[in-house]
Design a protein around this ligand. Structure first.
Ligand SMILES: Nc1nc2c(c(=O)[nH]1)N[C@H]1C(S)=C(S)[C@@H](COP(=O)(O)OP(=O)(O)OC[C@H]3O[C@@H](n4cnc5c(=O)[nH]c(N)nc54)[C@H](O)[C@@H]3O)O[C@H]1N2
Ligand SMILES: Nc1nc2c(c(=O)[nH]1)N[C@H]1C(S)=C(S)[C@@H](COP(=O)(O)OP(=O)(O)OC[C@H]3O[C@@H](n4cnc5c(=O)[nH]c(N)nc54)[C@H](O)[C@@H]3O)O[C@H]1N2
Ligand code: SF4
Ligand SMILES: [Mo]
Length: 696
C-alpha cells in the first residue's frame, strides 16, 4: 500500500508518497515541485517512534478506552452540573484536518454546550486574518496560487523567513528581486541580497512605522496608483492623513531602516508590473499586529497590487491546515464556513445542519490566551480538552500557563506523542497520525487537499474523529459522523453560503485530481484560485484602507531589561518541538536552546560563543547557549521557541494582546542576559547533556 498524500507539518503541504512502512518520498505537486525540507523527509520516523502513545492513560497509568472515556464524560458531567456548561473548555489546533476542526466545533457547541473553544491559530494567523477581513472583506492567506509567484519581478517578504520555514517555496521566488524585512539576517535575507534586492533590518515591533514611511515615500514620489485607488478602494484620504507625519527620515529614526532604502523599495514596486507584498509572523505576532498588517496592506493598495493579475498582497499561513483550521468552527467567535457566531442567519443555517435549536448554540467564547488566563477564576474553565496543541510550550508567558493548567480539575489531551502538555494531563487519549488517516486540509493558497491513509494505526489507537464522537455519545449526543467523508459532507452543507463555501468540493472531485480552491459553491463550480480580480468581498466591492498609526511595542527596553528579545523558528524544528525533538536526524542539527546575539552585546554581558547564558524578562528566565551573530542588531536577541522546560523561550514572552485579533506579542519582549555563573552543569554542553541523561 502506498498513498499519495501531503506532509504533516507546514501550510505548504508538500506532496509526498508514503509507503506501508511509513517511508516517505517526495511527490510532484505545484507547491513543492518534488522538493521537501528535512522535516518532511523525516516525518515518517514518528509513525513507529518508541515514544508513540498506544494506550489511554489515566493519572499516568494505562487503562482501557472504556475506562478513560467514562472517566472523562463523568467528570465533565460533574463539573458542568456544579459550574455550568462554560466550565468545560476545548483547545484545538491548526494542524487538525478540516473534518476534525469542524467536528470539534460541533462537539463544543452541541455536546458540551460550551462557548469556551479556541485554538492555537490565535497564536498564528489571527492578526493577518483580522486585517484581511477588514481590508478585503474576506480572509484567504494567499488569494492566488503559489505558482503565480514564479513570474514575480519584485517580492517583499515582511517578517517571513521562508528559506527556513517553507524551503520549497523559495523555488517560486527564483526570478524575483526579493526584499526581506526582518530584524535578523536570515537565510531568506541572504537570498534577498543575492537576488539584487535588499534586506531591511528594522527594530522588532516597528514594521508599522516602516510601512507608513514607505507609503509616504510612494506619495512623495508620485508612485501612487490613483486610478486604481479611485476605482477599487475607499479610505485612502484618512489613511494618508496619518501617514503624512511619517516622512521616511522620521520613520527611519523609529524603525532603523534607512529612508533611502524605503524609497528604493517603493520605486522597485512602482516600477514593475508583477509585484507582491507578503507578510508572515514577524509582522503579525505583535500587540498591534492587525494594524501592522493593515499598514502593509495600505501600502499595497496605494501601489495598486491587490486583486490585479500578476500582482497581489498575501499572508503566508503556517500550520498544515492553518487556513482550513480557521474556517470551520474551532475559533471562539465562529461557525463553519467562516461564519460569525453572532450572526442570526448563520446560526439558523448551522443549527439546521446540526439538528438543534439555533438558540441552543452558545455565543462567542474567550480567545486562546484569555481562555487560559480565566482558568482558576470565578466562572472560568475547570476542565480543558486539548486536540493538536502543545500549549505548555507554545503559549506566551509559559510559567503562568503551566500554573493555570496545573490548576484545572481535569486536563484531557488527545495526542500521539507524550509532549509536555500531554505529559502532565489527567487523561491522555492516543490518536492516529497523519499517514494513518483520511481527511482534507486547506493549504496556504486556499486549495483543499486530500490526506490519505498509507498504513493502519497501531493497535490501541483511535482517530480524533472517533474520540470526539465517542465523547459526544458519552455525553448523550449520539449520531456524530465518524468517517472523514461523512464529516466532510456535513461540513460542506454547514459551509454552504458562507464566505468559505466548500459545498461544491467533494472527495470524488479531489480524488479525480481537480485543483479546488474555495469558495466553491456547487459541484460544477471550478473553484476560485484567484480572488478579488473583479471586486473585493465588501458589499460595495471596494477594498478599504484603514487609517493606522504607530504604537510602540507593549514592553520597551529599559535600564533593568535593556535588550529586545524576539522569537521564531529554525529549519529543523517544528513549533513546540513535540515532534521534531524526537527525530534524531533533526535533533542532532539543533540539539538545544540557543540565543543569537551580536558579539559586542555579548562581550558587554561577559558572554563568549557557545557558553550557556541566562536570558531574563519580567516574567521568567531561560537557559540558552550563546550563538554570536555578526549581522545581529546589537539591541536585539533571538531565541527559537522549539525547546521545553527551562529552555522554553515562552517563559520570556509577553502575553499582551492585540485589541482586535487577541494575538499575543510573541515577537517583542524586554530582556537582560548574563552568564550562568556558579552552575557548573552549564559550563560545558556535553557535560550538561550527561547530567540530564543521568537525571532522567
Ligand atoms: N522549520 C519550521 N517551519 C515552519 C514552522 C516551524 O515551527 N518550523 N512552523 C510553521 C508555522 S505554524 C508558521 S506560523 C510559519 C511561520 O513562518 P515565519 O513567519 O517565516 O517564521 P518565524 O520564524 O516565526 O518569523 C519570521 C521572522 O520574523 C522575524 N521577526 C521578528 N520580529 C520581527 C518584526 O518585528 N518585524 C519583522 N518584519 N520581522 C520580525 C524573525 O526574525 C523571523 O526570522 O512557519 C511554518 N513553517
Ligand atoms: N515564542 C513564540 N511562541 C510561539 C510562536 C512564535 O513564533 N514564538 N508561534 C506560535 C504559532 S504561529 C503557532 S502555530 C503555535 C504552535 O504551537 P503548538 O500549538 O504547540 O503546535 P505544535 O507544537 O505543532 O503542537 C501540536 C501538538 O499536537 C500533536 N498533534 C499533531 N497533529 C495532531 C492531530 O492531528 N491530532 C491530535 N490530537 N494531535 C496532534 C503534536 O504531537 C503536538 O503535541 O506556537 C505559537 N507559539
Ligand atoms: S516545507 Fe513544510 S510541507 Fe514541505 S516538507 Fe517542509 S515542513 Fe513539510
Ligand atoms: Mo503558526
Amino acid at each position: 500500500m502506498t498513498a499519495d498524500t501531503h506532509c504533516p507539518y507546514c501550510a505548504l503541504q508538500c506532496g509526498m508518497t508514503v509507503g506501508a512502512a511509513g517511508e516517505v518520498a517526495p511527490r510532484e505537486f505545484p507547491t513543492n515541485r518534488g522538493g521537501l525540507c528535512q522535516k518532511g523527509w523525516t516525518a515518517g520516523s514518528l509513525l513507529s517512534h518508541p515514544d508513540r502513545l498506544s494506550a489511554p492513560l489515566l493519572g499516568g497509568r494505562p487503562v482501557t478506552w472504556e475506562t478513560a472515556l467514562a472517566h472523562v464524560t463523568s467528570s465533565i458531567r460533574e463539573i458542568q452540573d456544579s459550574h455550568g456548561p462554560d466550565s468545560v473548555a476545548v483547545f484545538g489546533g491548526g494542524g487538525l484536518t478540516n473534518e476534525k476542526a469542524y467536528l470539534l466545533g460541533r462537539f463544543a457547541r452541541v455536546a458540551l454546550r460550551t462557548s469556551q473553544i479556541d485554538y492555537n491559530g490565535r497564536f498564528c494567523m489571527s492578526s493577518a486574518a483580522a486585517a484581511g477581513n477588514r481590508a478585503f472583506g474576506l480572509d484567504r492567506g494567499l488569494p492566488f496560487p503559489v505558482t503565480d509567484l514564479d513570474d514575480a519581478e519584485v517580492v517583499v517578504l515582511a517578517g517571513a523567513n521562508v528559506a527556513e520555514t517553507m524551503p520549497p517555496l523559495m523555488g517560486h521566488l527564483g526570478s524575483a528581486r526579493l526584499v526581506v524585512v526582518d530584524p535578523r539576517r536570515t537565510p531568506t535575507a541572504e537570498r534577498a541580497v543575492a537576488s539584487g534586492g535588499l534586506h531591511l533590518q528594522p527594530v522588532p515591533g516597528t514594521d508599522l512605522v516602516l510601512a507608513l514611511g514607505m507609503l509616504h515615500a510612494a506619495v512623495e514620489s508620485g508612485a501612487v496608483d490613483t486610478a486604481y485607488l479611485g476605482a477599487r478602494t475607499s479610505g485612502f484620504d484618512d489613511a494618508w492623513r496619518l501617514a503624512t507625519q511619517w516622512w521616511p527620515e522620521r520613520a527611519e529614526r523609529v524603525c532603523g531602516v534607512a529612508a533611502a532604502d524605503m524609497r528604493t523599495v517603493v520605486s522597485w514596486l512602482a516600477g514593475s508590473s508583477r509585484r507582491y507584498v507578503l507578510t508572515a509572523r514577524g509582522a503579525e505576532q505583535h500587540a498591534h499586529g492587525v494594524d501592522t498588517v493593515t499598514a502593509w496592506i495600505n501600502l499595497s493598495l496605494a501601489l495598486g497590487l491587490p486583486g490585479t493579475a500578476g500582482s497581489g498582497f498575501g499572508t503566508i499561513t503556517g500550520q498544515g491546515n492553518g487556513q482550513g483550521g480557521r474556517e470551520h468552527g474551532q475559533k471562539a467567535d465562529q461557525l463553519p464556513g467562516y461564519r460569525r457566531i453572532d450572526d442570526p442567519v448563520a446560526r439558523a443555517h448551522v443549527a439546521a445542519v446540526w439538528g438543534v435549536d439555533p438558540a441552543s448554540i452558545p455565543g462567542a467564547g474567550r480567545s486562546a490566551v484569555e481562555l487560559i488566563d480565566a482558568i482558576g477564576t470565578p466562572g472560568g474553565p475547570r476542565a480543558l480538552l486539548v486536540f493538536g496543541s502543545n500549549l505548555r510550550v507554545s503559549a506566551p508567558d509559559a510559567a503562568r500557563v503551566a500554573s493555570k493548567l496545573d490548576a484545572l480539575d481535569l486536563l484531557v489531551v488527545a495526542d500521539f506523542l507524550p509532549g509536555e502538555t500531554a505529559g502532565r494531563a489527567d487523561v491522555v487519549l492516543p490518536v492516529a497520525q497523519w499517514a494513518e488517516e483520511e481527511g482534507t486540509l486547506t493549504n496556504l493558497e486556499g486549495r483543499v487537499l486530500r490526506r490519505r491513509r498509507a498504513l493502519d494505526p497501531p493497535p490501541g489507537v483511535r482517530t480524533d474523529l472517533d474520540v470526539v464522537a465517542d465523547l459526544a455519545a458519552g455525553l448523550g449526543c449520539g449520531g456524530f459522523p465518524t468517517t472523514p467523508r461523512a464529516v466532510f459532507d456535513e461540513l460542506r452543507a454547514a459551509s454552504a453560503g458562507g464566505p468559505a463555501d466548500y459545498s461544491g468540493i467533494t472527495y470524488d472531485r479531489l480524488d479525480a485530481g481537480e485543483a479546488l480552491h474555495w469558495p466553491c459553491p456547487s459541484t460544477d463550480h471550478p473553484g476560485t484560485p484567484r480572488l478579488f480580480l473583479d471586486r473585493f468581498a465588501h458589499p460595495d466591492g471596494r477594498a478599504r484602507l484603514v487609517p493606522v498609526d504607530h504604537v510602540p511595542a507593549a514592553e520597551l527596553p529599559d535600564d533593568a531589561y535593556p535588550l529586545r528579545a524576539t522569537t521564531g523558528r529554525v529549519l529543523v524544528h517544528y513549533q513546540s518541538g513535540a515532534q521534531t525533538r524526537r527525530v534524531d536526524e533533526l535533533a542532532l542539527v539543533e540539539p538545544d536552546a540557543f540565543v543569537e546575539i551580536h558579539p559586542d552585546t555579548a562581550a558587554r554581558a561577559g558572554l563568549a560563543d557557545g557558553v550557556w547564558a541566562r536570558v531574563e524578562s519580567r516574567r521568567g528566565s531561560v537557559l540558552a547557549r550563546v550563538r554570536l551573530v555578526l549581522s545581529a542588531r546589537p539591541d536585539t536577541v533571538f531565541l527559537p521557541f522549539h525547546f521545553a522546560d527551562d529552555r522554553a523561550a515562552n517563559l520570556l514572552t509577553n502575553p499582551a494582546l492585540d485589541p482586535v485579533s487577541r494575538m499575543p506579542e510573541f515577537k517583542v519582549a524586554a530582556v537582560r542576559i548574563h552568564p550562568v555563573s556558579g552552575d557548573s552543569r552549564y559550563s560545558d554542553y556535553r557535560h550538561s547533556q550527561a547530567v540530564e541523561a543521568v537525571a532522567t
